[in-house]
Design a protein. Sequence first.
Length: 134
Amino acid sequence: MGRPRLQCQRAADGSFAMACGELETVSRLELPVLFVQFTNHSLGWIKMLQHLYTGRRYFGVDPGTIDAVAVAMACGVEAHAVRSADELAARVADFAERPRPLYLDIEVPHMIDYTPPVPAWDRGLAGNAERPVY
């Protein structure tokens, strides 16, 4: 049968809200899944669209504080708030050596402050108010 296949799930705050039910399943079945959440404390993609195309009127994109590490632990998953690149490297290396359910929460800047390279957003920031169709 060999070594179990390692799994990794990346998520952001909005994805966590939709997928946190997987934590209980992964814990119960003791699956070797590494969850990596990039936390910017909002539903970032939607908030960026509102930032660019609705006159910065934000609606329903800033959920209350969710302690995702505590939620993961409550589901029986080992969980850590990672605050440095060195700590991330160490946690990932440890997971590779000892595969198990593991959840890592990494706080990142908001997209509005550091916009990722999305061509439509670049156009929006340059003043093109035509909203793209996704």
